[in-house]
Design a protein around this ligand. Structure first.
Ligand SMILES: [Fe+2]
Ligand SMILES: [Fe+2]
Length: 258
């Protein structure tokens, strides 16, 4: 399948050409979205779920919608001051990905009987995730490229990637199919962030303390979001540490952990 299956296994030049190409993106998403409707096999029917499972799934999906809306708003806002044309092209593909993610999660909510997803999202929002979204959009609105790309493409993407993977392992078959497609996209978005900031850090070492400061500011919100979401998706407490360490590993690859 064309596209970025494993960004970390690609040569730097291959990675750069592929991730900054609309054409490559289109071929990649066509590969895994072909014959799907709202990101999954239309024929699939829901397995019976008890009330508690359904409630937990609705809360989880509501919070996924907040994360996806944050990424949609942030990635579109960043196009205006992205440092190069290839980066603007990458961000255009991310905007479309995030809109699709939001749509498939909203569709899944309606399928689970949620008549008014906007109202439900408001009621079930994790306060830490809402604060994270506000902080991210502040970086974006202040046209601070490094802070925005770090908060979105490293921190938010790593958080989503980790939570979606943990959830996909134990989700019902429909939610699992939807998540598998979304995870492929989040991996690409994360790869972009690590690559972009990795190159900037190599050229401007004084960027590191700035990113460390941002990480400090966001860490508590990220950990609170992790705890709430992993609990709702049924990940046992002892396994939660494993997932948070995956998130920390993504950040430490850039050398900005403390
Ligand atoms: Fe997304
Ligand atoms: Fe993303």
């Amino acid at each position: 399948m064309p596209g970025l299956a494993e960004p970390h296994e690609l040569l730097e030049s291959e990675f750069f050409d592929q991730v900054h190409s609309f054409d490559f993106w289109l071929q990649a998403v066509e590969g895994y979205l072909l014959d799907t409707t709202y990101g999954r096999d239309e024929e699939l029917v829901d397995e019976p779920m008890d009330d508690a499972q359904q409630e937990a799934l609705i809360t989880t999906l509501c919070n996924y919608c907040i994360g996806e809306t944050a990424a949609l708003e942030a990635s579109s806002g960043m196009i205006g001051y992205a440092p190069s044309r290839p980066i603007k092209i990458f961000l255009a593909t991310q905007v479309v990905d995030e809109a699709r993610h939001l749509e498939v999660f909203l569709h899944r909510l309606r399928e689970l009987g949620v008549a008014d997803p906007d109202r439900e999202i408001l009621q079930r929002a994790n306060p830490a995730l809402l604060k994270f979204k506000d902080q991210l959009l502040e970086y974006v609105d202040s046209r601070d490229w490094e802070a925005a790309v770090f908060a979105q493409n490293v921190i938010l993407e790593s958080l989503e990637f980790t939570v979606f993977r943990a959830h996909a392992e134990r989700a019902d078959p429909i939610t699992q199919q939807v998540l598998v497609g979304v995870i492929k996209d989040e991996r690409r978005h994360m790869g972009f962030g690590e690559n972009d900031l990795g190159r900037r850090l190599a050229l401007t070492p004084h960027l590191r303390p700035r990113l460390q400061k941002i990480k400090h500011q966001l860490d508590m919100l990220v950990m609170e979001t992790f705890a709430g979401t992993l609990r709702e998706t049924g990940v046992p407490e002892e396994e939660q540490k494993h997932f948070t360490s995956n998130y920390l590993a993504a950040v430490s690859r850039l050398g900005v952990d403390l």
